[in-house]
Write a protein that binds this ligand. Structure first.
Ligand code: SAM
Length: 246
């Protein structure tokens, strides 16, 4: 039985999907993925020269919107453990953003980003491929890399709570997205996995609990009737009494 949260399995999945990920994501979300990325970024305030970490950056989809907000003195640290995704991120953005860009092929659960070095941490659609334990580890990692007072915003595709939307949504996710994936020359089994992850993920409630446990004071967000959910918050200025356990 394949361990769907095994980092090697997830890395290979995204390596293989990288050729078609962008277009399938856009078509299969009816364009909503762009709007949700923008909304994820807009949850936070920015100013010139901030350091922003984009976790699970993929092909750097969030980078242009971040760069616009932090200007030439700012820095984006983009993290992804898929070598193919990182290569595409470089191809898309190297020298084009107008701010410093550091793309790191690293595990977001154990990166070499220094402690307390990030002003902002953002992440679009990178939560669903983590198990509960990995989500807890991620929360502690976000706490570690954020400066005191630094803030974060995460967004993820979710299963909407209302039945009238959930039934057609799940049909679409399970039946139609793999077909779109096949038409666009991807492997339909890979796109089927996105449905498996999304159903197992549900929504951001587990991540909210993990981030709260890590002392990151999250609030939950819902986007378009819960078809995406998110969490937004900040690391306290003073050390909290966050528990190290779940
Ligand atoms: C669904 S894509 C999202 C990409 C992009 N943020 C977007 O908005 O489309 C998830 C990304 O997370 C990356 N990823 C999954 N697990 C990871 C891990 N443990 N560390 C770093 N990146 C990871 C995958 O390689 C993939 O590129």
């Amino acid at each position: 039985m394949v361990q769907i949260y095994d980092p090697n399995f997830v890395r290979q999945l995204f390596d293989e999907m990288s050729a078609t990920y962008g277009i399938v994501n856009l078509i299969s979300s009816f364009g909503f993925c762009r709007r949700w990325r923008r909304q994820c970024i807009e949850q936070l305030s920015y100013r010139e020269s901030l350091t922003v970490v984009d976790l699970m950056t993929g092909m750097g989809e969030l980078c242009p919107a971040i760069a616009k907000r932090i200007g030439p003195g700012g820095k984006i640290i983009a993290v992804d453990n898929s070598p193919v995704m990182c290569r595409k991120a470089w191809q898309n953005h190297d020298g084009r953003l107008g701010c410093e860009l550091d793309i790191r092929e690293e595990d977001a659960l154990g990166s070499e980003i220094p402690d307390a070095s990030a002003d902002r941490v953002v992440c679009s659609f990178g939560l669903k491929t983590f198990s509960l334990d990995q989500t807890v580890a991620l929360a502690h990692e976000v706490h570690r890399i954020l400066k005191p007072g630094g803030s974060y915003s995460f967004i993820e595709i979710s299963v909407p709570p209302a039945r009238w939307l959930r039934v057609p949504y799940l049909f679409y996710l399970h039946q139609l997205i793999p077909i779109i994936g096949r038409i666009l020359m991807g492997n339909p089994d890979n796109y089927r996995m996105l449905g498996v992850y999304t159903v197992a993920f549900g929504d951001c409630h587990t991540a909210v609990a993990a981030f709260r446990q890590a002392g990151l004071d999250p609030s939950r967000r819902s986007y378009f009737f819960g078809c995406a959910t998110g969490l937004v918050g900040a690391k306290p200025q003073t050390p909290s009494n966050a528990s190290q356990g779940w």
